[in-house]
Design a protein around this ligand. Structure first.
Ligand code: C2E
Ligand code: CA
Ligand code: CA
Ligand code: CA
Length: 280
């Protein structure tokens, strides 16, 4: 309460500053938003590059705020990390994804893995592995349909506990992906210790393919080579253009995620996509 009091003081003193007013409202409303079911999950399909067959999806959270409309996670997740709501939000997402996977199975859909972004803060709180296991059992979901994404940069700040938790998740059968790979300067030693199932090449590298950046192309090719050697899947993120796709295809990238195939879409739309089975 003390912390919140301090925030209030700070924000009221800048009450004409719209961004901080918005920040104040979002921070204030976040607790209620979970109860009001204002959070929704969008799905961004991932495809294999040759035929565009769907191979999975990443869930991306959206907040439909009554006053501000759709609020981007880039805006409210950092706030949720400050006010510690991020752990509740993450747990809600894990349960929601398990419930959705169960629903899809009941409907007889062919299932594809679903990836969830996990804030590094969630690893610091106890019980993540148990929570995941409980949800998988509750909804009768096979663990390999669930993948958890942790950013490369947050791996750097992590200690032995996170490595242990990642190992435990992996032994449950849950998949682990390193997000925004190439931006966090993690050492190869980390890769060796964690043995992630998936590496996601950050979109900054992908967007520079066009500008014929030899360095960025070299980085991408190296990550793809590493993935092959270490038996990890590699996802290219932020693929927007045909030329980028061609380069990635040529270098045998496993999975493509980006606006070229689809932006993140609502659940109902992703269900239709899954039933067709491929994009474009
Ligand atoms: P991220 O995990 O790197 O997610 C990819 C972001 O790139 C998403 O933005 C997605 O909409 C966007 N994107 C996908 N394809 C393209 C493309 O072709 N071009 C461009 N320019 N962008 C593309 P979004 O949904 O706004 O999410 C932003 C970030 O917020 C995410 O980055 C992730 O770090 C965080 N985030 C999103 N959802 C969650 C969540 O549920 N939990 C947590 N902890 N963080 C989340
Ligand atoms: Ca991600
Ligand atoms: Ca990413
Ligand atoms: Ca990112």
């Amino acid at each position: 309460a003390k912390r919140q009091g301090k925030n209030n003081y700070q924000l009221f003193s800048h009450s004409r500053d719209i961004p901080s007013y918005k920040k104040y409202v979002l921070d204030r409303d976040m607790r209620q938003a979970l109860l009001n079911e204002e959070f929704t999950l969008y799905f961004q399909p991932q495809v294999e590059p040759s035929k565009g067959f769907i191979v999975g999806a990443e869930v991306l959270i959206r907040w439909q705020h009554p006053q501000w409309g759709d609020v981007s996670p880039a805006e409210f997740i950092p706030l949720a990390e400050e006010n510690h709501m991020v752990n509740q939000i993450t747990d809600w997402e894990i349960e929601r994804v398990c419930a959705i996977l169960h629903e899809w199975k009941q409907k007889g859909y062919r299932l594809y893995p679903v990836s969830i972004n996990i804030s590094p803060m969630r690893f610091m709180k106890k019980g993540l592995v148990e929570f995941v296991q409980t949800q998988l059992e509750k909804y009768d979901v096979k663990p390999h349909y669930l993948q958890l994404e942790i950013t490369e940069s947050s791996l750097l700040k992590t200690d032995q506990t996170v490595l242990t938790i990642l190992k435990e998740l992996k032994s449950l059968g849950v998949k682990v992906a390193v997000d925004d790979f190439g931006t966090g300067y993690s050492s190869l030693d980390y890769l060796r210790k964690i043995k992630p199932d998936t590496m996601k090449i950050d979109k900054t590298f992908i967007s520079n393919i066009k500008s014929d950046s030899e360095i960025d192309k070299g980085v991408i090719a190296s990550i793809l080579f590493l993935g092959k050697r270490l038996d990890m899947k590699v996802v290219a993120e932020g693929v927007e253009e045909k030329d980028q796709l061609e380069f990635l295809k040529h270098n045998e990238c496993d999975m493509i995620q980006g606006f070229l195939f689809s932006e993140p879409v609502a659940k109902e739309k992703y269900e239709k996509m899954m039933q067709v089975g491929y994009l474009k």
